[in-house]
Structure formats: C-alpha cells, structure tokens
Unconditional design. Structure first.
Length: 426
C-alpha cells in the first residue's frame, strides 16, 4: 500500500478525532462553566414558561402570563414572548417536573445529542472523506454551536429533524422523511421553505406527509393550546414576522449581531424595532426576488445525491437570510450547507478557485461574535460597516456555492489517451 495514499486516507479521520476532542474540551470547560452560572435560562425560559402557561389553561402567547409565572417562581422579572407554532409545546412537556435552572442545564446537554444526530444524518447522506473532514473542522471551530448551547435555543433539534427528513426523502422514504420535516416545521416555521422546494421538485408524497404531520400535531396540541389560540398564532402572530413583530419582541433589528437581509433595509430606512413601510416593501421584494432566482436556478439541479443535497442546502441558507432576525444561534443551520459546499469542492463540483471564497466565508461565519463586537468598538465608517455585515456577505457566498454545486454535474474521470503505437499514454 502506498504510504502517501494511506496518509491521505487517515487525514480526515485525524481531523474528526481532533475536532471532536476540541469540541468536547471547549464544551465541558469554558462553555459549561458559563452555562452553570446562568440562572435565568436565557431564551429557553420562553419555552419553559409557555408550556407551563398552557398546562395551567393560560394563553402561552400572552407575554404577561409568562411574566407572572416567572415572578411567581422568583426566577426572572420578565420573559421573552413565545412565538413558535402551537405543537412546539409538545416537545417541551418533559420540563414540567423540573425547575427552570435544571431544565435549562438538561437542554444544554440534549442539544449536544441533537448536534450528533444532525451530523450523523449528513454522514449517512454524503459518506466520504470530505464529509468526515468537514465535520471535524466544524466541531472544532464553528462557534455559533456554542452560542446556541448557551442561549438554550431550539435550532439543533430542528436541524436534526430537518436533515433526517431530507435524507430519508432522497433515499425514497418520502413518508418518513415528510413526517420528520412536518415535525421540524411545527417547531419552527422556516423549514416550510424546504417543503416548498419539494413541491418544486414534484416530491408530492413527502409534501403530503409533511402537511399531514403538521395537521396531526396541531390536533394533538389542542388540549394544550386551544383552537382560538392556535388560530391567533396563524392569523395574527405569524404575519407579523415579516415586519419584525415577533409577538411583541423588543430587540433592535439593526443590532450588529443581526445577519439578515432585511436588516440592511432597516438600516437604510432607520427602522429600529419594526420595519417601516418602505423597509418592509424593500425587504419583501428582495426576499421574493432571491427566492424566485434560487427556485429558477435549482430547476436545473442534477438528480444525484450530492445535487439533491446542494439544492436543499441552498434553500436552507435562504431560511437564515430572509427572516428579519438572524442571530448567531441561527447560524447552526449553516452546518448543512457548509458541509455540502466542502464536499462539492472536494469532488470537483466547484472550481478550485472557490476554495479561497469558501475558506474566507467559513472563517467569517465561525468567528466568535464577542470578538467582532469588541473589534467594532475601535472602528468607524465603512470599515466598521463591512465588519458588522461580514457574516451576511459570507451567507450569500455559501448560498451561491450551493446553487452552483446543485447544478454542476460530477466531473467525468478522464480516460487515458492512446498513443500512436497503440500503448496507453501516462
């Protein structure tokens, strides 16, 4: 066996082992040490008190009810509003016997299991050395994972359900895949874009399975969230997401940590907490235009597994780009397109010239946000703005790379050229 080829085969596994070791070291060290000091549950408190409100017959979408429960427990003075689909509360029923602090810490470790589940789906979908190497690099250095852990966010279970749903649908198991995608949609609405992508590709069994699962989960959730409250979510709360009205959430749209496209329109028209009418029109037209462009481009998608993965990955980047709020913890959704882009580069679906752009994009997305915030304090003018929006630009690069990878066929292996004397040339 050639020693060089043996070393090349070992490198991805070495990267995976090192990445896993670094991830565990950081997670159980500084990240867990910080998590143990958090007594108010960060964003997780919204889920925790919403399910308690629902069990007590209160409206989980009424922020005042959540405040009252938190004050009754003596844990927080206020709670962020709950603005997830009603069936989401079914996934939080396990928290009922626990205190906020205990449930938050349990969720911290459960998130790690969901991360492993998501990575396993990627490995099953695109097995190979490039996937192994990409996963190792992400485990070691993709800091949004740790931000998500500390915030107690729900992005990793959504990612796991979404990836397994996509994988099973691509492997001709559309009912199971659609059911998992329906679950992902009932935890957060953004994966519905992938259901629309299935519609574009004519995967109607998966679409119907996802829709049926969503309806079934909504009926199962009726004892927790009654018909009136469920209708209020879809009729009143959900349309407000387009303007940044997340059930009364008061967070600045133009915050340096917001990496969305509508954030640019908010800056242009001085929209602080809600998009002005002009900013809303600009953001809506931009989002619809980009979605239409991506849909048109992906009509030429290649039919193999990597083509399907790259198409889904491009849509998943749009899931992060187009909402009004795209904060650091939302970037864990980029694990999927980053791995796909790395595999496409390794397999020649993308030109080697893309290597520099993708490395630059990855380093930007993996950059620890507090370090960017500190750097911004000493900068001003265009330089500060470019740094502030660097992750947005990186998202666009990754989306473009996935679109190209989805439509470029696998390069053919060149056959040896015959020599004049009939012997194969080398």
């Amino acid at each position: 066996m050639n020693a060089d080829s043996s070393t090349q085969r070992a490198i991805p596994w070495i990267l995976l082992a090192l990445g896993f070791a670094v991830h565990v070291f950081v997670l159980v060290g500084p990240i867990w040490s910080e998590a143990k000091t958090i007594e108010q549950g960060e964003d997780f408190a919204s889920y925790y008190y919403a399910v308690r409100a629902a069990v007590e017959g209160l409206d989980p979408y009424d922020r005042r009810q959540l405040h009252a429960l938190a004050k009754q427990d003596g844990t927080r003075k206020g709670v962020f509003p709950f603005f997830y689909p009603p069936p989401f509360l079914l996934t939080m029923m396990w928290t009922l016997p626990s205190s906020l602090e205990t449930a938050y810490r349990a969720w911290f470790w459960l998130n790690s299991l969901f991360l492993l589940a998501a990575l396993l789906a990627l490995w099953r979908w695109l097995p190979g050395r490039a996937t192994i190497a990409a996963i190792g690099i992400i485990l070691a250095s993709f800091t949004p994972i740790f931000d998500n852990q500390l915030m107690g966010q729900v992005n990793l279970p959504v990612l796991a359900a979404m990836l397994w749903g996509l994988y099973l649908a691509e492997r001709e198991r559309p009912v199971a895949g659609g059911a998992l995608m329906g679950l992902a949609c009932m935890m957060k609405m953004s994966p519905a874009l992938l259901v629309a992508w299935w519609m574009l590709r004519g995967k109607w069994t998966a679409v119907l399975s996802a829709c049926a699962t969503a309806v079934l989960l909504s009926f199962v959730a009726l004892p927790l969230v009654g018909w009136d409250a469920q209708m209020r979510f879809y009729r009143d709360l959900l349309p407000g997401f387009a303007s940044g009205d997340y059930n009364g959430l008061f967070v600045s749209i133009v915050h340096p940590g917001n990496h969305s496209l509508p954030n640019l329109w908010a800056q242009l028209f001085d929209a602080e907490r809600r998009l002005t009418q002009a900013a809303l029109w600009g953001a809506t037209l931009t989002n619809l235009g980009l979605l239409g462009l991506v849909a048109w481009w992906l009509k030429r998608q290649t039919p193999d597994l990597l083509g399907g993965a790259a198409g889904a990955a491009a849509v998943s980047v749009m899931m992060v780009l187009i909402p009004v709020y795209t904060y650091e913890h939302h970037l864990v959704q980029l694990i999927f397109p980053l791995v796909v882009a790395g595999v496409a580069l390794a397999e020649g679906r993308l030109s080697r010239r893309w290597a520099f752009a993708l490395v630059a994009a990855y380093l930007t997305l993996a950059w620890w946000l507090p370090a960017i915030t500190r750097a911004l304090r000493s900068l001003a003018g265009p330089t500060a703005w470019v740094l502030q929006e660097a992750k947005l630009f990186a998202l666009v690069i990754v989306c473009l790379a996935c679109c190209l990878a989805a439509t470029h066929p696998r390069p053919a292996t060149s056959a040896p050229k015959p020599r004049v004397d009939g012997k194969a040339s080398r």
